[in-house]
Design a binder for this molecule. Structure first.
Ligand SMILES: C[S@@+](CC[C@H](N)C(=O)[O-])C[C@H]1O[C@@H](n2cnc3c(N)ncnc32)[C@H](O)[C@@H]1O
Length: 288
């Protein structure tokens, strides 16, 4: 049963509205240096994990990010010599991504287009990924089959999914976020714009795997990821960062938590965890 929390599935205006009205859209989640905040730390770990999954023999360079938003994941791919295409159906998001890429001298192609009708030939890409896209769709058949259609033989599909969770790692830290929120509200006399409501499912990986099983792919895998809390006075759209020195304290603590996980389970990437515990889950498979 899906959690129809909000309003329309794949709501173009809702996404566009969100991209326009919040300062958080100007955040840059990619960095070449040491991550300076929780979101950069998260994207660094996504990239590290994606690399582990690609493996050292993965030689394809044609990369596509579907629902790219500001293109944080693609910035990693572009900076590592992938030939990147970024697609989103919010023109505002594409403009944001273009600005970020230009400011950092990263190259890519940008397309405004629909994930349900990708404007590419069959077998056009070696790796296709999305971060926070799949959960916004109730009907996932077309969404997945389009991505597999444009993926080339032996190409890698990666889908990072953020379902609606009530009982994951976040629940033990809710009190800290509530405290920060109360304090932030007291400090601010601004009327912070609200995020537009957008459909988010609570599908687990099995729903996607059922669909992938009917497509020409192999080695379908799934795992929980991001076994850390998000600490913020506003974890919406995306969670708002704390002051630089506070973020530095969190980064230090989170790196220690990841190192502890690695010590406890040396054979597993510390970013992986049980599905339902982390902030998200990752699906991956290869095209036949
Ligand atoms: C949660 S955001 C992803 C943010 C992105 N990963 C980032 O790093 O900034 C989801 C994105 O998917 C896009 N999107 C939603 N439905 C889409 C569709 N049918 N086709 C293409 N993009 C879509 C939205 O416009 C939005 O930018």
């Amino acid at each position: 049963m899906s959690a129809r929390l909000d309003k329309i599935e794949g709501d173009r205006e809702g996404f566009d509205e969100n991209w326009k009205k919040r300062d958080e859209t100007t955040y840059i989640h990619w960095t070449r240096g040491e991550p300076k905040n929780q979101i950069q730390l998260a994207f660094r770990n996504h990239w590290d994990l994606f690399n582990e999954i690609m493996g050292k023999d993965f030689s394809g360079r044609r990369a596509l990010e579907v629902g790219c938003g500001r293109g944080s994941m693609s910035a990693y791919f572009a900076d590592n010599d992938f030939d990147c295409t970024l697609l989103d159906y919010s023109a505002e998001a594409i403009e944001t991504a273009k600005r970020i890429f230009a400011a950092h001298k990263l190259n890519a192609k940008f397309d405004v287009g629909d994930a349900l009708d990708l404007p590419y030939e069959d077998n056009s890409f070696d790796v296709i990924y999305s971060i926070g896209l799949l959960e916004h769709f109730e009907d996932i058949e077309k969404l997945l089959s389009e991505q597999i259609r444009v993926l080339d033989s032996k190409g890698l599909f990666l889908g990072y999914v953020v379902p609606h969770y009530n009982e994951n790692v976040q629940k033990d830290y809710k009190w800290i976020n509530d405290l920060l929120k109360t304090y932030a509200e007291k400090q601010s006399d601004q009327n912070i714009p609200k995020k537009a409501d957008i459909f988010r499912s609570d599908y687990g990986s099995e729903r996607y795997i059922d669909v992938l099983n009917k497509l020409p792919v192999n080695n379908i895998s799934a795992s929980g990821v991001y076994p850390l809390p998000m600490i913020s006075h506003s974890i919406e759209f995306p969670f708002t960062l704390l002051a630089e020195n506070q973020e530095a304290i969190l980064i230090d603590r989170f790196n220690k938590m990841l190192a502890e996980r690695k010590t406890q389970n040396p054979n597993q990437h510390p970013w992986l965890c049980e599905e339902g515990y982390g902030q998200a889950f990752l699906l991956w498979c290869f095209k036949n």
